[in-house]
Design a protein. Structure first.
Length: 89
């Protein structure tokens, strides 16, 4: 089963959560002045928003390319744990 891995930082450690690809309705990559934003529309959890403070202009295009390769590959998880979770899920 293919999943997206996201990370949630607590006071003392990083917790990982896995969102099943079959439960994702929509995934979008957006470049903003402050960095990169990823929105995941999940069937059960609703909208999950992740942000990165990286400033390279090709970030959204590169990440979208990685996403397209992932969908067609044998890889099991797409790692977004390096991004900051906005709000709780």
């Amino acid at each position: 089963m293919k999943v997206i891995r996201i990370g949630r930082l607590s006071k003392n450690q990083m917790h990982f959560e896995f969102l099943s690809l079959k439960d994702i309705k929509k995934l979008s990559f957006q470049e903003q002045e402050s960095g990169l934003k990823v929105e995941i529309e999940h069937k059960q959890r609703g909208l999950v928003v992740l942000k990165s403070r990286l400033h390279a202009h090709s970030n959204a295009a590169v990440l979208k390319g990685r996403w397209n390769k992932f969908k067609d590959s044998e890889e099991l998880f797409f790692d977004l744990a390096w991004m900051e979770l906005e709000g709780a899920i």
